[in-house]
Design a protein around this ligand. Structure first.
Ligand SMILES: Cc1ncc(COP(=O)(O)O)c(C=O)c1O
Length: 466
């Protein structure tokens, strides 16, 4: 079977070459810091790939599962690979998490005017390193209104080039070489890449279906003297879990007790769907959280404008100052016209957030019903763009193999959740290896087309591979 191009995995059966270490005997990232055998803590996964002598680019790629051990080359991200596969197969693309819609028309017009009309907006030269003051003020006012958190726009909010840059800056600022970074997995792929860039090792605590709630006690058990940073993501990609106020409060308490920093990736904050168990609360809404935690936001997600790459990080002035030390030498600043239009949007979304959440809720329900009918056991996402389906009821294939069959033979693109895990450490029978992520942030016609293809073609395709 022609598998989806993916990093060849250095699993226990891999032969040893210069680029393909014999993993069973290779020291883990952690071992390389502290020589000698080390017992793996139960329930934790961590990369077992020897990284010591690799250059930084390779470490980043390995951290994000985008290093091809057989060729020694960097692969595009799983999202780009899936989109390429979808195009190649003329498949309905429920893979990459970008919406089909354009975002609010009035924001597009505001950005266009700011670019072309010298009398409108901030102009086309460098934005300030911290970002436009109007956007920082809007973010601060929004936190006050929705979460009761007072933020000083002068030094407690920094605008970034997408949430991605904010995440990068946070990890580089708060993790250090030899330290351990903890996250719930599956996780956004940049967490692994950036932890590797920081010289830290990422450890994952699995979110388990069917509810995918975070096991906070397992998080605390995983903390050691080496732990520098905890990476949270609520609402969570891809499970849609929205962390409860009690879960957030407990995490802040643990962070304070153990002296670790928390980065909370809240890019799906405006995408909480009908029937969600919890409303979204920012980590900063926990009293005293500002001293230990930063929250990351994204206009790309909030306004369906993913190409604009406007994000921000909010938190106490000391943490934001440290993060600035990194951020100002990444992009320095970007997109003043986009920042300007986003500030307008945050000040008054003109009903867009509710409208968008309703549209996404309907898409989720259509997708969920269709996947359920096909025996794929989807979860009911409380938020975000994705549903996660467990394929073990219909096939023994791994999710990666399943996604290849799905794209090539059923003509539907989706993403194996294992690509969003520290997969080199996961056992083949682990639930995370059986989960497939489907996006519902698409036109309902695209979702229905994909479901039609699944119901008419999947059973025969799976028969061919049983
Ligand atoms: C959890 C998570 N964090 C961050 C990002 C990146 O956000 P941005 O596009 O604003 O860089 C994404 C994008 O998919 C995401 O899913």
């Amino acid at each position: 079977m022609g598998l989806m191009p993916s990093p060849s995995r250095p699993d226990h059966h891999a032969s040893q070459t210069a680029e393909s270490p014999a993993v069973a005997s290779a020291p883990s990232v952690t071992d390389s810091v502290s020589p000698g055998p080390r017992r793996r803590r139960p329930g934790l996964s961590g990369s077992r790939v020897a990284l010591d002598h690799k250059p930084l680019w390779a470490k980043a790629a390995i951290g994000a599962n985008t290093y091809d051990f057989s060729s020694g080359r960097v692969l595009p991200t799983i999202y780009e690979r899936t989109t390429a596969l979808a195009l190649q197969n003329d498949a309905a693309n429920l893979g990459q998490g970008f919406p089909d819609s354009q975002g609010p028309q009035w924001m597009l017009e505001q950005a266009a005017a700011a670019i072309t009309d010298a009398d409108v907006g901030p102009g086309n030269q460098y934005a300030p390193g911290l970002g436009l003051l109007s956007l920082r003020e809007a973010v601060a006012a929004d936190h006050q209104d929705r979460h009761g958190v007072a933020l000083d726009p002068e030094d407690e909010v920094i605008v970034t080039t997408g949430a991605t840059e904010g995440i990068t800056a946070a990890i580089l600022a708060f993790a250090w070489p030899g330290s351990e970074v903890l996250t719930f997995e599956p996780h956004y792929d940049s967490y692994g890449a950036c932890s590797a860039l920081a010289g830290a090792s990422l450890k994952g605590i699995p979110l388990r279906g069917p509810d995918f709630r975070p096991d906070i006690e397992a998080l605390e058990d995983a903390i050691t003297a080496k732990t520098s940073l905890v990476l949270l993501n609520t609402p969570h990609n891809p499970t849609g879990t929205v962390f409860s106020p009690a879960e957030l409060a407990r995490i802040v308490e643990i962070a304070k007790k153990h002296g670790v920093t928390v980065m909370c990736d809240e890019v799906y904050e405006q995408l909480v769907l009908d029937g969600a168990a919890h409303a979204h609360r920012s980590i900063l809404s926990v009293p005293g959280a500002k001293d230990v935690a930063v929250a990351v936001g994204s206009a790309g997600k909030s306004f369906s404008l993913t190409g604009w790459k406007v994000g921000w990080v909010a938190g106490g002035s000391e943490l934001i100052n440290h993060l600035r030390g990194i951020k100002q030498f990444l992009s320095y600043s970007s997109g003043p016209a986009y920042q300007w239009a986003v500030a307008e949007g945050i000040r008054d979304d003109r009903g867009y957030f509710a409208e968008n959440a309703a549209q996404l809720s309907a898409g989720r329900d259509i997708l969920r019903e269709g996947l359920d009918a096909a025996g794929l056991r989807p979860n009911r996402a409380d938020a975000g763009y994705f549903t996660v389906a467990n394929i073990s009821g219909v096939t023994d294939l791994s999710a990666e193999e399943f996604c290849t069959v799905l794209a090539n033979e059923v003509k539907v693109a989706a993403i194996p959740v294992a690509a969003l895990t520290i997969q080199h450490a996961a056992e083949p029978q682990d639930e995370l290896q059986k989960l497939v992520r489907f996006a519902f942030c698409k036109n309902h016609a695209t979702i229905e087309d994909a479901l039609q293809r699944i119901s008419s073609r999947l059973p025969a395709a799976l028969d061919r591979h049983s």
